[in-house]
Structure formats: structure tokens, C-alpha cells
Design a protein around this ligand. Structure first.
Ligand SMILES: CC(C)(COP(=O)(O)OP(=O)(O)OC[C@H]1O[C@@H](n2cnc3c(N)ncnc32)[C@H](O)[C@@H]1OP(=O)(O)O)[C@@H](O)C(=O)NCCC(=O)NCCS
Length: 164
């Protein structure tokens, strides 16, 4: 899912060669490591045909001096194109927010490609505030990211979350 949603969402943003080079096996290995490390949460949205969305998050390192007022981070959020716009993304963000709030983490931020206008509108619709911009190199291209922050996670704590 991570590989497929990257390819669907980031054509024209991330170099094609990088998207072509993504590997299901490598992605599976990385996600096994993340889950086994147990340093945060991974939630999935699923129905009887399988998983159609997932999100992960964790508390930020105490040593992060930049944007230190945001204590948690939404690390990933992806919904398959066939299920976008059905409320899954909002539920998944809510599940990560509830996980963080339950561990005494009151705030969070996330990074998104600056050119990912659709996701940016989604985060803005959930009350996220633009708090930072940064440039970085990926696969030989210079890309820009922007960060959205929530100073108070309460606005994201929606009633019913997906299964974890
Ligand atoms: C961004 C993404 C996670 C949003 O999830 P989603 O399931 O499509 O969004 P939802 O159906 O939960 O939408 C929740 C709310 O946001 C609004 N919304 C969603 N996308 C929007 C957009 N592009 N513009 C404006 N509002 C948007 C919806 O209208 C909805 O509002 P409502 O609660 O008032 O009805 C999903 O579209 C996705 O996976 N996109 C591709 C990958 C990606 O860009 N991931 C983010 C990486 S940082």
C-alpha cells in the first residue's frame, strides 16, 4: 500500500526514477522494523477485502529543538485512491491523535510535500496551521516540504477510530 500510494500520489512531485525504484519487499522490511520497534503507533483502516489506509505516529525526540512546542508527529498517512474522500483519512488522523493524547502528548506536527496541494487542503480542513517550510534532496531532486501543526490535539479526537 505504501509503495502503491506513493506512486499514485507523487507522480510529478517525486522523480519518476525514484518511484519506479520503490520495492514492495524493502517497504515490507521497513514496516516490520517500525512495528517491531514499538516506538509509536501504526493504525490501519480495513474492510473484509483488506487494508485500504494506514497511518503512523510517535512522540518526537526530546532533543528536537526545532518546533519543540509540537511534541508528537504524524509520520505517515495514506489512503488508497479508491477509498479517498470517504472519511478514512480523518479517522486515521484521529486515531494517531488519540494514541498520542493517551500518552500525555498534547500536540503534533507533520511534514508534507509543498506541492501536495490536495493533502495540504485536507490538513487545513482539519485545523492544521502552517508552521515551517524546508528544502531537502531526494533522488537527485530538490524538493520542498511544509509542516502543519496542532497545538491542541483535542480538535482531532474524533469518535470512532479504525482498528489497529
Ligand atoms: C490526504 C488523504 C490522507 C486524505 O484522506 P481522505 O480519506 O481522502 O480524506 P477524508 O475523506 O477523511 O476527508 C476528511 C475531511 O477533509 C476534507 N478533505 C479531504 N481532502 C480534501 C482536499 N483535497 N481538499 C479539501 N478538503 C479535503 C473532506 O472534505 C473531509 O471534510 P468533512 O469531514 O467536512 O467531510 C488521502 O487523500 C491520501 O491518502 N492522499 C494521497 C496520499 C497523501 O497525500 N498522503 C499524505 C501524505 S503527507
Amino acid at each position: 500500500m505504501h509503495v502503491d500510494t506513493w506512486r499514485a500520489a507523487y507522480g510529478g512531485i517525486v522523480p519518476e526514477a525514484h518511484l519506479d525504484g520503490l520495492s514492495y519487499e524493502e517497504s515490507e522490511r521497513l514496516w516490520r522494523e517500525v512495528i517491531e520497534a514499538g516506538e509509536g503507533c501504526v493504525f490501519v483502516a480495513e474492510n473484509d477485502r483488506g487494508v485500504y489506509g494506514f497511518a503512523s505516529g510517535r512522540p518526537r525526540e526530546r532533543s528536537s529543538r526545532d518546533l519543540a512546542e509540537y511534541e508528537g508527529e504524524l509520520m505517515t498517512l495514506y489512503v488508497l485512491p479508491s477509498h479517498q474522500g470517504t472519511g478514512a483519512g480523518k479517522l486515521l488522523v484521529g486515531a494517531v491523535a488519540r494514541y498520542l493524547a493517551g500518552r500525555g502528548v498534547p500536540s503534533m506536527l507533520l511534514w508534507v510535500f509543498a506541492e501536495n496541494r490536495s493533502a495540504r487542503r485536507f490538513y487545513e480542513s482539519l485545523g492544521g496551521t502552517l508552521v515551517a517550510e524546508d528544502g531537502f534532496e531526494l533522488a537527485g531532486a530538490w524538493l520542498y516540504g511544509v509542516a502543519y501543526g496542532w497545538g491542541d490535539l483535542d480538535v482531532l479526537l474524533v469518535a470512532d477510530g479504525p482498528s489497529s
